[in-house]
Design a binder for this molecule. Sequence first.
Ligand SMILES: Cc1cc2nc3c(=O)[nH]c(=O)nc-3n(C[C@H](O)[C@H](O)[C@H](O)COP(=O)(O)OP(=O)(O)OC[C@H]3O[C@@H](n4cnc5c(N)ncnc54)[C@H](O)[C@@H]3O)c2cc1C
Length: 387
Amino acid sequence: MSAPDRAYELPAELEEFRSVIRALFADKIEPRAAEIDAMDEWPEDVYRVLVDNDLMGVGYPEEDGGSGGGQLAFGVFIEELSRVSAGVALTPIVSKLGVVPLMVAGTDEQRRTHTSAIARGELLMSYALTEPDAGSDAGALATRYVRGDETFTLNGTKRFITGAGVSHTYVVFATGDPALRTKGISAFLVGRDDPGVSFGPAEHKMGIHGSPTREVVLQDVVIAADRLIGAEGGGFAIAMRTLDYSRPVIAAQAVGIAQGALDLALAYANERSQFGKKLMEFEGVSFLLADMAMKVEAARMLTYRALAACDAGDPRTTFHASVAKCVASDNAMAVTTDAVQVLGGNGYMREYPAERYMRDAKITQIYEGTNQIQRLVIARELLKSLG
Ligand SMILES: Cc1cc2nc3c(=O)[nH]c(=O)nc-3n(C[C@H](O)[C@H](O)[C@H](O)COP(=O)(O)OP(=O)(O)OC[C@H]3O[C@@H](n4cnc5c(N)ncnc54)[C@H](O)[C@@H]3O)c2cc1C
């Protein structure tokens, strides 16, 4: 029998990578996490820690200027970052979300230029699909484009855009003809400084503080024809393929948040005593922690499965991506809620990060397609599998 067990382990170099970045984040980012949450301002100093340690290039091909490792390495990076600050993790997450459309449909030149600039810490990207009247039903988007001789002119409003205002470049989805529904949608590269681009006020969110969320407003924005990504009319397919890559990354963010909450709750239960015993000696508490650990581990395995599917070009990536995103985010919500419970009154207080983990976990059930939408996708994939 050939060594089947290895299939269930991360490669040793990724475990080494994990221990190196865990130590770095514990030293440089964890001490800032509560302040970032309280101030809710984008922490440029923390972004610089990622750049200075060559982490913004993780998961991108070396020939494009990245440091290699693929989607699995990127997932481990995001998991560890989210273990200390889920808001900070969104900076590399959304830049990747901006590059994937170029990976799946852009020119070599578009992909290489953007990837290498992200890896050098000179470029941040965002992904602008959602609109006020087009959330789960993204195909109903109303942002319009009109083709000129050598240009496209864009008008519309994108809502809830992560990184808006901070990111330099936005992948914007717009329709040339709403009557064509999804077939009328194209994807474009739009610059923060392009005339006609402006941003709405900062949204006041429950969690993921330190990650800006704003509207992106496009008013008669004229861009050169070479800013089109892929073929005209191919935008919706690009948006959906991008989500296949990014949903496992949100799953990794959820696993990291849940692991952070579990580590905190375990340490607390082993420290605090009531009735003359450590909390961990009460079966009611230790079984709760055992259930939390099961949920984290199950989510992690599904997440690595989905990330590895992206790297392998597995035809069932859509299925694995939605399964991982849905299970990992639902489990993160449950685990972080239980962590607050283990800490008792302290769990409810801002002095401890348990309540932050709980607030941060909630978004993973909502963005990149709500978990209701993941179930729709999974059900559709099940039907497809019947042939
Ligand atoms: C903090 C934050 C950051 C975000 N960042 C980005 C970003 O960077 N780029 C971007 O493009 N978007 C972004 N989004 C948008 C996000 O992806 C959408 O909010 C999400 O897809 C849901 O859309 P909606 O808010 O319009 O909810 P709606 O679509 O109005 O859904 C409301 C409720 O109805 C349910 N529902 C809708 N349709 C169905 C159905 N067919 N069956 C069953 N239930 C259904 C939903 O699951 C949900 O519970 C972000 C959102 C937030 C909150």
